[in-house]
Each structure stands twice: as structure tokens, then as C-alpha cells.
Design a protein around this ligand. Structure first.
Ligand SMILES: Cc1cc2nc3c(=O)[nH]c(=O)nc-3n(C[C@H](O)[C@H](O)[C@H](O)COP(=O)(O)OP(=O)(O)OC[C@H]3O[C@@H](n4cnc5c(N)ncnc54)[C@H](O)[C@@H]3O)c2cc1C
Length: 280
């Protein structure tokens, strides 16, 4: 039987101009940008979604929203290539193109009443920060809440001041580790999965949300399952390369799924078998 392709939403193909309102350096290669629409309404973004961010004349890349839902559009970007370098060096007043928001959301609503375990590696804390903001803004609606975070070195930790503020809260467990300690680091040294054993949560009533390099997510997923959290309550965000953001170009296809259309947030039991497929 012939199938008819869904009509392409041309509006979603056109970037909207947003102006850089503020730019803050997080680490040697990572910046947080606050963007304002040049005209019209701000974006309505759910925790976990991303936009396609366009540096005019250079290119467009998917970048997760790292700010609170309902607030200004905030992105945290690591300079790894031509486009991210242009975005990171955009000073206040620079106009960037924004398409989206795209993708699904972290299960912050279904997790109501449960313990929440947020596990991040490196820049992975950026897409998880909106979920943490949601949980903290509705703190009474959740049980135990843990943020477990690891980076290569202490100098690579994102949102260092915010982490300190979070650490001082009695209703939030924050545990941080680094791969390599530098002078003056008095915290933990080791890989993120090791933090899971000492976090307080009830595995029968916990939801875990994880982002980091895929190798890290594999080990964290296994450690969470070992801790007793069922695979269908572990969620990861897949950050594979993509182009259109609309499910049309097929660039982000992973087995039967298109990450931009069906993800980027997936349940562990759905995505773990597909993580064996190498990046195209
Ligand atoms: C849904 C989603 C959300 C993302 N959110 C963020 C974010 O919040 N902050 C952020 O800094 N980056 C994020 N990324 C990654 C970001 O899109 C890439 O770093 C960017 O596309 C690189 O483009 P470039 O032109 O600067 O570098 P390129 O020259 O295209 O790439 C530089 C190097 O990075 C590698 N690379 C490119 N894209 C990726 C990727 N997706 N994952 C791993 N390696 C990659 C390339 O293979 C190459 O080695 C996200 C990606 C996805 C798919």
C-alpha cells in the first residue's frame, strides 16, 4: 500500500533571530549564553528539549536547553569545532538563528512522588539542569533527590558556584567526582558510576536521568540496574549528530529510531541495545 509522507512544516525549517543577551565562561572551552528573541514571543521549552542553533554563514548544530523552563533561552556550549566555536565566541548583541524547540522531555511529571537520581558527565549536566530546576522548584513533590556529577578535572566542572549552592541544601544530595585531581582538589577522584552506591534512594521507587559520553552512560546504566532501579525507570539523552531536527533527513537514525523525532530522551530498556550501533 502506498504511504503518504507527512507534510513538512516549513516554519520549523526557518531559524528565528535571537540576540545574545549575556555570555558567561564556564570552563576553558565552555560558555553559557542567554538568548532573547529579536522580536516575538520567547520559546516555550520543556526540560530535556534542544534547539538547532545557527551561527550565520557557518552552520547549525543541535544544542540542549540548559536553563529553567519558563525562563530565558539558555544554552551551554562546548567549543569542539567550527560551529560551536562561532557560538561560544558570540558576544552580547550577536544575532544567532534558533529553530525549535525539538525533542521530547525528561519524565519530570511522571516522576512525581518518586526519588530522583540525576547522573551527569562533563557537558551532560547542561541538558539535565532544567530537570534539576524543575525538581527543585517543586521539591515537595519528590522524595530523595541526588545529583551525581563527574568531569575530567576540577577545572572542567560546569556551574561550579551553583553546585556549591546546591551542596548547601539539606534536601538535595550533591556528589561530585573528577577523573584527575589537580592541586587543591579535596573531593572525590574516580568515575561517576562509583557515586551511585553511596547515593540515598529507594530503587523500587526511583527514576534516574543520565547524560554524558555514551561510554559513561553505559557504565552508569549498568550501575543503576545493579542498584536495583528497573531498566524502564532509567532514562538517557542521546546526543548523536543530527541535521534537520525534524525527522526528515535521517542523519540521526539509530536502528529503527530517529533521535531528533523520537528522542533525545529514551528509556534504558529501549535504547541500550541500540547503543551498540556506532555513530554514522
Ligand atoms: C540532541 C543534542 C543535544 C546537544 N546538546 C549540546 C549541548 O547542550 N552543548 C554542547 O556543547 N553540545 C551539545 N551537543 C553536541 C553538539 O551538537 C556538537 O558538539 C556540535 O554539533 C559540533 O559541531 P561543530 O561544527 O562545532 O563541530 P564539528 O566539526 O562538527 O565536530 C567536532 C568534533 O566533535 C564531534 N561531534 C560532533 N557532534 C557530536 C555529537 N553530537 N556528539 C559527540 N561528538 C560530536 C565530531 O565528530 C568531531 O570530532 C548536542 C548534540 C545533540 C544531538
Amino acid at each position: 500500500m502506498a504511504t503518504v509522507a507527512e507534510p513538512l512544516d516549513l516554519g520549523a525549517m526557518v531559524p528565528r533571530p535571537f540576540s545574545v543577551a549575556r555570555r558567561k565562561r564556564e570552563t576553558s572551552d565552555t560558555w553559557t549564553l542567554e538568548l532573547e528573541p529579536v522580536e516575538g514571543e520567547p520559546l516555550d521549552v520543556a526540560p530535556g528539549q534542544f534547539t538547532m542553533l545557527y551561527a550565520f554563514g557557518i552552520g547549525e548544530v543541535p544544542i540542549s536547553v540548559s536553563g529553567a523552563a519558563g525562563g530565558p533561552l539558555v544554552h551551554t556550549v562546548r567549543d569542539v569545532g567550527a560551529v560551536t566555536s562561532a557560538i561560544c565566541s558570540s558576544r552580547p548583541g550577536t544575532v544567532l538563528g534558533v529553530r525549535g524547540p525539538f525533542g521530547n522531555a525528561w519524565p519530570v511529571e511522571p516522576a512525581t512522588g518518586a526519588d530522583v537520581v540525576i547522573v551527569a558527565g562533563g557537558i551532560g549536566l547542561a541538558p539535565l539542569r532544567p530537570a534539576a530546576y524543575h525538581v527543585l522548584a517543586n521539591r515537595d513533590a519528590y522524595g530523595e533527590v541526588a545529583v551525581l556529577y563527574g568531569s575530567r578535572t576540577p577545572a572542567d566542572l560546569l556551574y561550579a558556584r551553583e553546585l556549591e549552592r546546591w551542596r548547601s541544601r539539606f534536601d538535595l544530595q550533591v556528589d561530585v567526582t573528577v577523573d584527575r585531581a589537580l592541586d587543591g582538589w579535596r573531593g572525590k577522584v574516580g568515575v561517576v558510576p562509583k557515586l551511585i552506591a553511596s547515593a540515598r534512594f529507594d530503587p523500587d521507587n526511583a527514576v534516574a536521568m543520565v547524560v554524558g559520553p555514551e561510554i559513561m552512560m553505559r557504565f552508569v546504566g549498568e550501575a543503576l540496574l545493579e542498584s536495583g532501579i528497573p531498566a524502564d525507570r532509567v532514562y538517557v539523552s542521546m546526543e548523536r549528530n543530527m541535521r534537520c531536527g525534524l525527522g526528515h533527513c535521517g542523519h540521526c537514525q539509530l536502528g529503527p529510531t530517529l533521535i531528533c523525532r523520537d528522542g533525545p530522551v529514551y528509556r534504558w530498556d529501549e535504547i541500550q541495545p541500540l547503543m551498540e550501533v556506532r555513530e554514522l
